[in-house]
Design a protein around this ligand. Structure first.
Ligand code: GDP
Ligand code: MG
Length: 216
């Protein structure tokens, strides 16, 4: 199996923007409203000759504020369980937040291979002073990136690929069969997929239209 890379982090740090940049198409919904990516999404991706699977994690748009955090943590936990390497995404505009510390602690506890990305470093040259604050997360050297401008992403992916397990199969697999489940909102698609896959891969809600993004 190809290595799995998950991007986790607070809503609105730029996870989906990075995901789309690497996946090469606009698969994830990018919006100014925090919590817009409602489910994890998967994409085949590659860097140089290395092929891997990438997951964009995110919260759902919930009825209450509490529900966002609960769902986010669940999504992050599922990504932690499945990923070989986790990219923890933060951004230089907000600095280090309590939520970043929370997720960092979660990842460290899970003993994951972690790459720390500091997004929204949009100006070329030396990163701003605030960038150095991210060393405090204790996750090693942060990598400055700008997802919208496409800067630093090569360095980030070098770091990600360096952390793949030694026996990882990074060759291209063209022989996998892809199945799509389609149907009316609320017909029961997500419940069926969860049943088959045996895990909470899709957020199920009786609010019509909850799953907004495509899920493989
Ligand atoms: P997500 O919630 O973590 O998936 O974040 P999104 O990818 O949806 O991005 C949230 C907002 O941040 C959007 O308005 C993006 O255009 C913006 N954004 C993402 N990456 C960058 C970046 O590198 N620089 C700047 N200035 N804005 C960014
Ligand atoms: Mg998103």
């Amino acid at each position: 199996m190809k290595p799995v890379v998950a991007i986790v982090g607070r809503p609105n740090v730029g996870k989906s923007t990075l995901f789309n940049k690497i996946a090469g198409s606009r698969i994830s919904i990018v919006e100014d409203t925090p919590g817009v990516t409602r489910d994890r999404i998967y994409s085949d991706a590659s860097w140089l000759d290395k092929h891997f699977t990438m997951i964009d994690t995110g919260g759902i748009e919930p009825a209450s504020k509490d529900e966002i955090l609960v769902q986010m943590r669940r999504q992050a936990q599922l990504a932690i369980d499945m990923a070989d390497v986790v990219v923890l995404m933060t951004n230089v505009k907000d600095g280090v937040t309590a939520n970043d510390r929370d997720v960092a602690a979660m990842l460290l506890k899970a003993k994951k291979k972690i790459v720390l990305a500091v997004n929204k470093v949009d100006a070329p040259g030396d990163p701003p002073m605030e960038f150095y604050e991210f060393y405090n997360l204790g996750l090693g050297d942060p990598i400055a990136i700008s997802s919208t401008h496409g800067m630093g992403i090569g360095d980030l992916l070098d770091e990600v690929c360096a952390k793949f397990p030694e026996n990882a199969d990074t060759s291209q697999d063209d022989d996998e069969i892809k199945v799509a489940v389609i149907g009316r909102p609320n017909a029961g698609k997500s419940s069926l997929i969860n049943k088959i896959l045996g895990e909470d891969r899709v957020i199920v809600s009786n609010i019509a239209g909850t799953t907004r993004d495509a899920i493989d």
